[in-house]
Design a protein around this ligand. Structure first.
Ligand SMILES: [Zn+2]
Length: 305
């Protein structure tokens, strides 16, 4: 038909967002916002239904990816995962009790646009701050948990983040429970200036008291863990676990390069590199995390021989 010749046909369809290479380059979303365009010779793909693996290039069905704990079914690449989703895969069903949900950040320094950014973060995530805390059991063992939420201002540490972690650790002491913290963070929150840096001391002091009480603390570092979080609670574990390929460091590679005028070694700041150099005890796949944590918690239970 003649009219078919003139019919406009879209050549491209949108796919889910690809992660930025630099973990400190602003906020990153979880497959929700289509950012890249991909050629599709056959038909248009609905937004957010498919996502391309940044490691192997495989186009994955988003629903399958979520069911597979957001791990690429083709190459095992670990996509970032929201805190509540991680929680569901980790703890015994129905055992999680959330703490300090009502704590909300204010704008203590009246930093311009901070309030707008916070409101945007509330909408984007289903947590009230960049960390979710509470109590649950893993393979029947009671444990106090904290999970950073990357969708909330890149998991950055503000006053409420520090407060929630410190309170969770203090309650763990009262309950005589081990603590597991999953870190994902760009570091301290610049909108709260020095108040944010105080949280490094506060969380470290709380964990110091936990250690004095001889209670176990397992730190799990996930992609990315940087800045004031690496320099405080994420590095104070009795045991340090990381997810495969997670970027872990203090400063991003670009800043190091500018300061040192040197290229970083290949793969520097990955979980595997950190393990090789003694910073991380073991790299554990997401699908095995529950089993490994369960075993470690069992070994360290009070009264265990
Ligand atoms: Zn892949």
């Amino acid at each position: 038909m003649l009219k078919d010749i003139f019919r406009k046909k879209r050549k491209y369809a949108t796919l889910g967002s690809l992660p930025s290479k630099n973990p400190l380059e602003g906020e990153r979303t979880y497959l929700a916002e289509p950012l890249i365009e991909h050629e599709s010779p056959r038909k248009e793909l609905p937004d957010g239904l498919w996502v391309k693996c940044p490691k192997c290039g495989e186009v994955l069905f988003n629903k399958d990816l979520v069911e597979n704990q957001r791990v690429c079914t083709s190459c095992g690449y670990h996509f970032r995962i929201p805190a509540r989703e991680r929680l569901e895969h980790l703890v015994d069903p129905g055992t999680f009790e959330e703490w300090d949900k009502e704590l909300h950040t204010t704008n203590p320094l009246e930093f311009p646009d901070y309030q707008d950014k916070l409101e945007e973060a509330y909408k984007k995530s289903d947590v009230s701050e960049s960390v979710l805390t509470g109590q649950a059991s893993i393979e029947g063992i009671p444990v106090v948990l904290a999970f950073n939420e990357g969708n909330f201002m890149m998991g950055s540490m503000g006053s409420v983040t520090g407060e929630k972690i410190a309170r969770a650790v203090e309650r763990a002491i009262e309950l005589r429970c081990p603590v597991v913290i999953f870190s994902t963070s760009g570091g301290a929150r610049m909108q709260e200036g020095i108040l944010s840096l105080y949280q490094m001391a506060k969380t470290s002091a709380a964990l110091g008291r936990l250690a004095e009480e001889r209670l176990l603390y397992i730190s799990v570092l996930t992609d990315p863990t940087f800045g004031g979080v690496t320099a405080s609670y994420a590095s104070l574990g009795d045991i340090h676990i990381a997810e495969p390929g997670a970027l872990i460091g203090f400063t991003g590679p670009r800043v190091i390069k500018q300061t040192m005028r040197k290229e970083l070694p290949e793969g520097a700041q990955t979980a595997e590199f950190n393990q090789m150099h003694g910073q991380i005890d073991c790299v554990v796949k997401r699908e095995e995390m529950r089993k490994v944590l369960g075993r470690l918690l069992r070994y360290h239970q009070e009264g265990a021989v």
